[in-house]
Design a protein around this ligand. Sequence first.
Ligand code: NAP
Length: 356
Amino acid sequence: MTMEASAVGVRAGERFCGLQDRGDDAGELGFDFVRRRRCRAVEGAISSGETAHDLKAHGIGQRIEHAVQADNLDFRMKKGERRRRARIRSKGVELPGDFEMTSSLTGKVAVVTGASRGIGRAIAERLAADGALVAVHYGKSKAHAEDVVAGIAAKGGAAFAVGADLSAKDGVATLFAGLDRELEGRNGSNQFDILINNAAVAPFVDFANTTEEVDEIYTVNVRSVVLATKEAVKRLRDGGRVVSISSGVVRTPVPDAAAYSFLKAPIDNLTKTLAAVLGPRAITVNAVAPGVIDTDMAAALARDPVVSEGVKGKQALKRIGQPEDIADVVGFLAGPESRWVTGQVIEASGGTALTF
Ligand SMILES: NC(=O)c1ccc[n+]([C@@H]2O[C@H](COP(=O)([O-])OP(=O)(O)OC[C@H]3O[C@@H](n4cnc5c(N)ncnc54)[C@H](OP(=O)(O)O)[C@@H]3O)[C@@H](O)[C@H]2O)c1
């Protein structure tokens, strides 16, 4: 539907923020945006009197829909996204509202490694919903990363994709060359505020058969995290955040993923060490240790009907974890309310193996 925006109060050259006092439908609409702190983006998009159709092209049509449901505008959230959220909700996960945008990270820039899929994707979406400009890093899955960026833009957030294979020796250098280029182009500075070390590999190999897997796991899961954090520290603004994704396997190892299990342990110590080093700059450094989460990495545990029952049996909360369960913890650690928390590894596992 290409209804003229003016029909719902978006007049040529008029700004949503300026509509709030009018008291008519258009005013209500403007007020709605103001109340939800979405003024700025809308204001920018309609400052030259674009139509609702144009707004949709800008990727903010969905937010218009939210504000003007009564006007029955035909801006629909992508069906796939609706289905995905419905599927997660059917598992008992309380997701925040589809259109919940906050401003806790407005003006901040976040870098999320391995954000093309799984937990990283959910983290990127969460930080963007909180108002950050998000660098969506990917290794092989460029199309997925672009999809994440488009999804964020469709909800009124801001993101860009940056590729780098972190199993390559120069992977971190490639990542930061791409980040510097993009951030300097956008902001005139390569500084940022939040680093999320999320990318990792987890081949299922038991100890007896573990050989060259050690090299790949070490390079991606440990070496790249150390070197990426080192590069990030040069660019992070004071008061910034580093959050790394550890794993519950540090406390309760998975013998069938032996090297993955013992090579997650360094993340926990790096977190404490760096928290001490970066404390004087008010940069907090924390880690989140997920239990089994329904992603490609843990498909063998989370998606097999028999194995997943065993997983649930070990947990206090009897369901399989979802990427959003982790993203919400990261959202807290990346945000202003975690200012007094540093050097911590927070397990988010639905209460895995609490008792003997
Ligand atoms: N899922 C779980 O049950 C679970 C439990 C505990 C901890 N974790 C941790 O959570 C984090 C995310 O895991 P996940 O389950 O979301 O995994 P996933 O679905 O397999 O996604 C892994 C992400 O890492 C990226 N990546 C992998 N190898 C890379 C490389 N060589 N270079 C660049 N990027 C690379 C992938 O990017 P491309 O696809 O673009 O290459 C992808 O975006 C990891 O640190 C993992 O150890 C997961």
